[in-house]
Design a protein around this ligand. Structure first.
Ligand SMILES: [Fe+2]
Length: 308
């Protein structure tokens, strides 16, 4: 097997202000499938082509934002190894027992230098994508809403993104794919990291306040699906932040929009394939607008300022 270690983003757990309004939004507008609720009033969802029980979880709170972001690792031995490496590196880890999240095995939780809580886990119950594993059809009929394929990545905001990058690279074997430099040409404003052949699995932007969420992103199959997603957002009067457009960075096409609690979400498609022999791409400060929004070639105020 060529892929080992951390496999992919596995779950995002976010806070919402009104649980039922959010369930309606994520079910009927986003088109996620509700897969369960737990005694802590968390509601679990999966996307159309995901096989595991859940990838997106909402919890009622008096403030929006990200509780934690989880990555699935290859197996239990990998989980143990990575926990050992985290501790050796000086990161305190906590074991969250199996079942604390529905249908999810034991998790290793730790705080990264920007204050975000990250989790690793090896097991989540497979419920399938509804198509079966023997002679499947190509897609499910009669799906609701935007109907993304998978929860794909997140972008987080915080202070010590250099410390984050070092930890993700040196302990979890992530690689730097793209970066944006500040005016001094030295300091990173933002970095895009991957643990897979995707152009990014997590990204981070330097920001004065730690622990902030910029967006959780959901993958669609085509640019046409991105346009269709924008139509559905308009039909449901969803607050759109930007798009449909393209990022220069990763070359993905995108829409940024807000859920009813003000959490920014993204629906996107595309982006190139990454392999370990590809050197990182750098964007200079004078071209940051084109890097983030390739067509407008300038940042909107919300991109840098509005986080939860
Ligand atoms: Fe994104």
């Amino acid at each position: 097997m060529a892929m080992t270690g951390v496999l992919r983003p596995g779950h995002a757990v976010i806070r919402v202000l009104d649980l039922e309004e959010s369930v309606d939004f994520y079910t009927n507008v986003m088109g996620l499938k509700e897969t369960g609720r737990d005694k802590n009033d968390r509601v679990y969802f999966k996307c159309n082509d995901e096989h595991d029980h859940n990838s997106f979880v909402i919890r009622k709170s008096d403030r929006a934002g990200l509780d934690h972001f989880g990555f699935k690792v290859l197996n239990k031995a990998t989980l143990d190894t990575l926990e050992g490496r985290l501790r050796e590196y000086g990161v305190a880890t906590e074991r969250v027992p199996a079942g604390e999240m529905l249908e999810t095995g034991e998790r290793v939780r730790f705080q990264i230098p920007t204050g975000h809580m990250i989790e690793l886990y090896a097991d989540k119950t497979g419920v399938g994508n509804g198509l079966g594993q023997i002679n499947p059809e190509a897609w499910l009929e009669n799906q609701k809403g935007i109907n993304p394929i998978r929860m794909d990545h997140c972008l987080i905001y915080g202070g010590d993104i250099d410390g984050n990058r070092k930890l993700f690279e040196e302990v979890l074997d992530f690689s730097l794919v793209e970066r944006v430099k500040l005016e001094d040409g030295e300091t990173d404003l933002a970095t895009w990291l991957t643990c897979s052949p995707k152009a990014h699995d997590i990204a981070m932007v330097r920001h004065p306040e730690d622990g902030k969420l910029h967006h959780v992103s959901f993958m669609l199959e085509s640019w046409e699906q991105v346009l269709r997603a924008a139509d559905i957002m308009s039909m449901h009067r969803v607050s759109i932040d930007m798009g449909p457009t393209r990022h220069g960075i990763t070359r993905g096409t995108t829409i940024y929009f807000f859920d009813p609690s003000g959490n920014r979400m993204e629906t996107f498609c595309g982006g190139y394939q990454w392999y370990p022999d590809l050197p990182p791409t750098t964007w200079t400060w004078d071209e940051v607008g084109r890097g983030i929004f390739y067509h407008d070639r300038k940042l909107n105020d919300a991109f840098l300022g509005v986080v939860t």
